[in-house]
Design a protein around this ligand. Structure first.
Ligand SMILES: Cc1cc2nc3c(=O)[nH]c(=O)nc-3n(C[C@H](O)[C@H](O)[C@H](O)COP(=O)(O)OP(=O)(O)OC[C@H]3O[C@@H](n4cnc5c(N)ncnc54)[C@H](O)[C@@H]3O)c2cc1C
Length: 439
């Protein structure tokens, strides 16, 4: 029997479990640990609440979770409640699928001012992540600056722009829904250091900005390269740039029929955040793109900002004793192998790139690597005790483990508490989740 511990119940964790199960069938036991009492990682806490069809991928993970040889072990933080060395006594292979939950820092003066948030915090707030549910961003100002030109920035901009009606059918948590829809915000500036040809925004998500009830996207025609130059772009990016071109064609809306202007500010690098205790403005340096890289021109200007959200990437959280690549912000690994018997997958392996689906080949590839290591004898002695050994340690330590059946009770309670039209009202405190599962 093979015993595998997967740390993290997001997409990478569940795809790895699915692959292991497909390969070894009844000859494997898989425990999927999560520090939270609820599964699915960023499917619950990252993917935007108004993108419910994307969240539907969790049904696939549930199928894996409900098989006999896979267990969910929630409410256990590895590296805090239990160490990697302890797990190594019980499991043949340990897979870190812990994602990249920390914001990459915007390294400019003033980044610690009030009402400046990283996207992990801000997204976590509107998605009800227990760590960020109390963030209480002040949305009473009129201008927000969102830094970064990827899909996370688009999510943040869209969520800041929607009306209460547009949130119908979403699972945005009530505290965020109330705060967002009461906000008088009327100008959202998206800053990107490079130009329209260098955005990382996908066409579908960009196109959604055109459909917003009370906001309209705006691009300066002068920022767009000659249309003929779009021909060299890969098809997805070409479509995205076509959206930018149509935004440029829309007349300016700030004094028009739509209340909120979403302004794309290209070739713009934030050099300082300004304010007295809390942010009041962003100082920006104009850039030019030379051989694909942004270079400052020395010309600066200020954008008033009562809220700043940085969407510039994420870092994995280190775990004691596990080699870490500081520069890349992820576990040091070679194709997923960290040390013999210790592996990583998903964002913890690659960094924060790709879609949910990218984690699938990652998980399947890793299981092949583990199988090869097992066959070559690299993983040492067989006959480890697996979950039986872990359960004894957990009982001795008094850990309050949340099982998948417990999660189903929590989920049922969330469904019952949903406002009309919404699939669920999430519990935002760990204690509430634990109480909902009962004893
Ligand atoms: C804001 C945002 C929106 C996104 N929207 C989309 C989208 O619309 N479509 C799309 O295709 N992709 C989207 N993505 C990308 C997608 O979410 C990721 O590709 C995917 O979630 C990465 O999976 P993962 O399993 O590596 O990490 P995660 O999903 O982050 O899962 C990691 C899990 O590990 C757990 N964990 C961490 N540390 C520990 C520990 N020490 N002990 C125990 N458990 C631990 C966490 O609680 C978490 O459950 C989005 C990402 C973000 C940030």
């Amino acid at each position: 029997m093979r015993h595998i511990a997967i740390i993290g119940s997001g997409p990478a964790g569940y795809y790895t479990a699915e692959a292991a199960q497909k390969l070894w069938g009844d000859d494997v036991r898989i425990d999927i640990f999560d520090r939270l009492p609820v599964p699915y990682g960023l499917i619950r806490f990252g993917v935007a609440p108004d993108h419910q069809s994307i969240k539907g991928v969790s049904r696939r993970y549930e199928k894996t979770a409900l098989t006999d040889n896979v267990r969910f072990v929630g409410n256990v933080a590895i590296g805090e409640d239990v160490t990697i060395a302890e797990l190594q006594q019980f499991y043949d292979a340990i897979v870190l699928a812990t994602g990249a939950p920390r914001d990459r820092e915007l390294a400019v003066p003033g980044n610690d001012l009030g009402n400046v948030y990283g996207s992990a915090e801000f997204v976590g707030w509107y998605n009800g992540h227990p760590q960020f549910a109390d963030l209480a961003p002040d949305l009473s100002g009129r201008t927000a600056v969102v830094i970064g030109m990827g899909n996370v920035a688009l999510d943040v901009v869209r969520i800041l722009s929607k009306t209460r009606d547009e949130f119908a059918g979403s699972d945005i948590v009530n505290h965020a829904l109330d705060a967002l829809t009461a906000s008088p915000i009327e100008r959202i500036v998206i800053l990107g250091r490079r130009g329209p040809h260098q955005i990382s925004m996908t066409p579908k998500e960009l196109g959604e900005l055109m459909e917003l009830e009370q906001a309209s996207p705006q691009v300066e025609t002068a920022d767009l390269p000659d249309e003929a130059e779009d021909a060299i772009l890969e098809p997805g990016l070409r479509k995205s740039v076509a959206h930018l071109r149509s935004f440029a064609a829309i007349r300016r809306a700030i004094h028009g029929e739509k209340r909120i202007a979403i302004e794309f500010d290209f070739f713009a690098s934030p050099v300082a955040l300004l304010g007295d205790g809390r942010v009041e403005a962003v100082e920006v340096e104009r850039t030019e793109v030379v051989k694909g890289r942004a270079q400052g021109t020395g010309e600066t200007y200020r954008i008033p900002a009562s809220l700043v959200v940085t969407c510039i990437g994420y870092r994995t959280a280190p775990i004691e004793g596990v080699p870490f690549d500081e520069r890349m912000g992820r576990f040091a690994n070679d194709e997923g192998r960290i040390l013999d018997g210790l592996y990583c997958v998903g964002w913890a392996r690659r960094g924060p790139t790709g879609t949910i689906g990218t984690n699938r080949p990652d998980g399947f590839g890793l299981v092949e690597l583990i199988a090869a290591d097992m066959e070559s004898g690299k993983l040492g002695r067989q006959g480890k005790r697996g979950r039986e050994g872990f359960d004894k340690l957990a009982a001795d330590r008094g850990l309050d483990i949340v099982t998948f059946q417990d999660w189903k009770k929590i989920e049922e309670a969330e469904h019952s508490a949903a406002r009309e039209g919404s699939p669920r009202e999430k519990f935002i405190a760990i204690e509430q989740m634990i109480a909902a599962k009962g004893s």
